[in-house]
Each structure stands twice: as structure tokens, then as C-alpha cells.
Design a protein. Sequence first.
Length: 317
Amino acid sequence: MPDSITLGIVDTLQIEPSRPFDFRHTFWKPSHFHTGLERHSPTRSWRTFRVGSQLAGITAYMTQGAVLQLDVYSDDAWTSRHSDMLRSHVVHAYGLHEELGPFVALASANDAMRRPLELFSGMRQSCPENLFEIAIISLVLQNATIARTTQMMNNLLTHYGHVVSYDDVTLRAFFTPSEIAHATEEQLREVDRLGYRAKYIGRFAEFFLENDPETFAATDRDSLVRRFQSIKGVGPYTAAIIAGHAIRDHSALGLDVWNRKIFSRKILGLEDADPDTVRSEMSRMFPGWEGLAGLYLVEEEYLASPASPLLVAGHPA
């Protein structure tokens, strides 16, 4: 494991989210596997980010005035421009200014959504990663259990990422394309245990070395899908999933064998159903909101036994 980099407080940002807003389940999702990139307590979240060339960590929490506060940690090279970039990224990553009224009105009429809406009123989709990071996470999630995905992600972050300490927490920080571009396919397959996925890492790194992830922000979904499909081996399904997360497409519904069974049980009353049937029924029930509705159903399923539980007390180690 690389040596820890100590970050100091450099700024404090305040953001007023649209209402209703569920801080806890917007920043922490019961279904998300443990990466070490973030930790959560009942009232606070800690997360690392890449902001331009800077490593940064935030401590996020709600003030008594119902404003989201971000205590920002980095090094002496941090500037007000970095703060502006981070603010913009966090607002987009967590959908802090999105209007959920139309979704709530639609979902409230559906029996399967009543309990999820009660549990997670104001929960937003969360995607704090940039496009390169989304691509890597999508890759290690393919055809893998949570345990296998966690193993692969841990190997990659240990061998190519960073460790940062701030606010009495120690977290991992993602690697950049240039920091993993030197890894050989053999090393990725044998040492990092990526299996068939090893051949794609270099292709992702090469693509994002030539295409800065930050320049994709204003790109439309179809254009993103086409650009991702230019990466050898990336098909329309994977490209669509990456693009849907990046531009916060609430209609984008990614189906795998696990969540398909959840949706089949909750909306069809069946143990399982074919993907086309599930997708068609989700579109009929939640037109334009299929992905967000799916998120609420999945998080309800995992809430009693989270993949990465909240800290009971104190800071993470």
C-alpha cells in the first residue's frame, strides 16, 4: 500500500439542495460495495475526489439550517478555481438541484414504490466518479459478485491509487489514466486478478489520456455512447450504462441478473423474468424515470443488510 498523503483544510463550501433532500441516502447507498474511497456515519460522509490535478477529500454534512456543508481538504496548490470545480462537480454528481416532484407524483401511485418513497424521500442518484472512474467501476462490476468486485477494486486501488488522511480519516483515492497506463495486461490479469477484464484497462487508459474526462460534461448521451463504443471491446450496453450515469439519465435502467430478480419480484410478483419483460414493465410504470425507480427498489432491498454498513460511532480508521 502506498504511503499516506496528509491533506489540510483549504476551504468550506455551502450548497442548498432542492427539497425534499435525503442527505444520508444520497451520499450513502446501501447497495454500493466497499471501495475505501468513501466512508459514512449516520450524519457525515467522507469522500476523496480528483479535481483537475489535485487530490481532495471532503467531509459532508447538513447544517442546522438544512444547508449541505463541505469541509474541503487538499494541499497548498489548491485555488479558488479548484473550489469552483469541486462545487460544480458535487452538485452534478449528487443531483443537488434536481426537481424530483414529477417522479414522486408518478411513483406514489404505484404500490411497489410506497415503502421506498417513505424510506428514501428526496434520495438522488449518486455518481461521484468522473467518466474514467465510472468506466473502471463498470468493468469490475461485470459478471461478478460483490465479493469478487470488491477484490478487484481493492487490488487496483492498492497498486495504482493513493492513500490520503484528513479530518482523522484515512481513505483511498482513485488512480488517473496515466497512473495505470504502464500496467501490462499480464500484471492486471495475474497480480490484480482481473481475468478477462485485464485487456480493457489499457484501452480505457489510452482513451482517457487522449480524451480528458472533464471535457465530456456537456456532451449529449448519444454522442457519449458513440465515443465510448470507439474503445475496442466496448459494446452498446456498457457504453450506454457509462453514459447514463455520467449525464444523470433517470430513464437509464441497467439490468443484471441480481437487480432483474429484484424488479421481477417487486413489480411482477415473479421470482425472475426475462430482461425485455422487466424493462417493458418498468417503462410502462415509470416512463422517463425507470432508472431512478429502479434505484429506490434496489436500495430498499439492501437497506436491512448493506454492502458497506454505516459507521456506528466515530470516524473510520
